[in-house]
Design a protein around this ligand. Sequence first.
Ligand code: FEO
Ligand code: CA
Ligand code: CA
Ligand code: CA
Length: 630
Amino acid sequence: GGETPAKPVELNFKAVPISTADTVVVPEGYQFAVISRWGDPLFAGAPAFKADASNGGDDQARQLGYNHDGLHFFPIDGTDSVNGSSVEGLMVTNHEYTTPEYFYPVGVQPGNAQWNLDWVRKSQHAHGVSVRHLRLANGKWEAVLDSPFNRSVNANVAMQLVGPAAGNRLVRTNADPSGTRCFGTFGNCGNGYTLWNTYLTCEENFTDYFGVGTADPATVNYPDAEYQAHMERYKGSGKTSSSSYRWDHYDNRFNWAMEPNEYNRCGWVVEIDPFDPNSTPKKLTALGRFKHENAAMTLADDKRVVVYMGDDQVSEYIYKFVSDGKYDPARPALNRLLLDKGTLYVARFLDGAAQGDAMGVGEWIPLKLDTPALAGGTLGALFNQDMGELLVKTRQAADAVGATPMDRPEWITTHPTTREAYVTLTNNSSRGSSSARYPGGPQHPGANDANPRTGNQYGQIVRWREKNGDPASLTFEWDIFVLAGNPTLYPRTDLRSGSANVTADNTFNSPDGLAFDKRGLLWIETDGNYSNTGAYAGQGNNQMLVANPATKEIRRFMTGPIGCEVTGLTWTPDQKYLFINIQHPGEGPSVTDAQNNPLMASKWPDDATATRPRPATVVIWKQDGSAVGT
Ligand code: FEO
Ligand code: CA
Ligand code: CA
Ligand code: CA
C-alpha cells in the first residue's frame, strides 16, 4: 500500500496500418533512426564490417553482435532509469543467436567443408551481451567508441556461478572442478535490470548449442539414464545435433559426451554491472534454471526483491523469486547479494469460481526441499536432498508440485505504480495435442481459462494482481487482458477471433516483448507469423502496439521490415527517445542464387547498399520533442 494511484493515461498517436514493406513505419509526427547494427564497431579502431560477411572471430569480438533482443538504457550518471541523464548512457543489448545464411560468407555454413574454429569463434563472439556508450549529439544518437565502458560480454567471457547451485556436483566439469568458474553466455533473449543499476540477461535456448561433434548422435550413448531424463526434459526432444551452430565440432565444451555438465552451467539469469568493465558477470542460480525469457524486478511491501520470470517453451511455467534479504538504498553492497538467496516459486493458474470467463485465481508453490511434494521418496533422491541440485532441475521440481503449463511464457512486466504483472503467452501449437511434452513425459494439456485455445496460433496476454497488491503474496487473481486473434476471419463466438479489444484495425499474433513505460502505457511487441495469409491474413509484418491498461484499448504504433521480430524496449528517463530492436530481418527463406549468394528476403537497414540484412537497434522520437506515446 501507500503508492499513488496511476494517473489516467491515453493513447494520443494515430495508429499505423499493417505493413508488408521492407522498412520501419512509425506514426505521423514521429521519426526513427537506425543505430548499432550487427558488425558496427564496438571500440575505437575496431575493424569495419565487411560486406561479404568475411570478418572472422577476432573482428567479431570487437564489433556489435547479432540478433539483438532485450536492451536497457543506463543513464551515464549512474543514478537510475527514472531520474538520470536522457542524453548520454550505456546501452546494454542482448545478442541472442545467429542466422547462418546471412552471418557467414558465401560457401561457409555450420558443419560444412569450409567450417573451422574461426567461424565457431565468430559465432560465439556474436552471441551474448554488448555494452555500448551512446550520446545524443546534434539531434543524433552516436556511439562513444573510445569509452572505457564498451564491452563484449560474449559466449567466451569468464563468469562466476553464485547461489545455491554454485559448486554443485552437477556443475563441475573437467575444465572447472570447482563448479564456480564458467565461460560465456548465449541464447540471450529478454532482459531485466535491478534497483542497484545492473543488467540481467536471460539464457533461453541453450539446449540448441550442445551436440556430439562430428559423430552421428544416434551412435553416442548418454552418460546414464539420469542424465538422459534430465537432458531430454530440458531439450524437449531426444538426441539431436547442434545443427544451426556446430560449435561442438571445434569446442569440446559444447560436446555433451565429453563435458556432460557444461549443459547445467547454462539456462540461468546472468547479472552484469555495465559501469564496471572489469567485473565478472554472475550466473544467479537462485533464480532457477530453465529457458529464461526475461526478468522483471519489483519490490514487495516489506522491501524484499521480487523477480518474475517465464520459461519459454510450449507448455512450460511461470516463476517468481523472492529474496530473503530486503532492499535498502543506503546499503548498495548488500543489495548486490539479494539475488543470491531467496525462495523460487512456480505458478498454478486455476479456473476459479466459473469456467470459460477468462479469469480465475492462482497460487505460488515454493520449490524447496521441504515442500511436501518434493520432500523424501523418489523426488528426494532426484534432488539428492540438495537445493543446488533442485535448482539445476528446476523444471522437474515444478512438474512435481503441479505447476500449470502455459502457452509459452515470454516477457513479464509490472505496472509502475500498481505492480500488477502482465505476461505475454506467445502461442502454443501443441496445446491439446496428444504428443508428449518431452520424451517420457505427459502429453500437452488441454485448454483452461488462462490458456483457452487448443492449437493456440495467436497468443494472449494474461495479468495478475497479487493478494493485497503485494508481490510477495502467495495467492493472486488473474484475467486475460487480450486474447490475440483474427476477427476478420472468425465470428466473435469463435475464440480465434480474439477478445473484444482486438479489431480489424489492430489485429496481430504472437505477443512477445512487453514493457510498461513510466506513465503506465503497455508496449507490446510481436514475434509471430508474418505471412499475411491464411490464419494470419491482415496482420502483416511483426509490429509494436500500445495498450491502455485501464480501457484495454490497443493501437498499432510501428511495423518492422520483412521477416523480422520486433523486440527489446527501453526509454531515456525523459521518455523522449524509445529504443527497440529489429531481430532477424529477412529470416525465413534460405535460398541462394546461381552464384550461391544468399538471396536476401530483406535488405533492411542498408537498403540499396545492402549485402546482408542486419539486425539493429532503432531509436524512435517525436518531432515536436515531447515524450513518445503522448
Ligand atoms: Fe527468445 Fe522466447 O524468445
Ligand atoms: Ca474462470
Ligand atoms: Ca522473445
Ligand atoms: Ca518469441
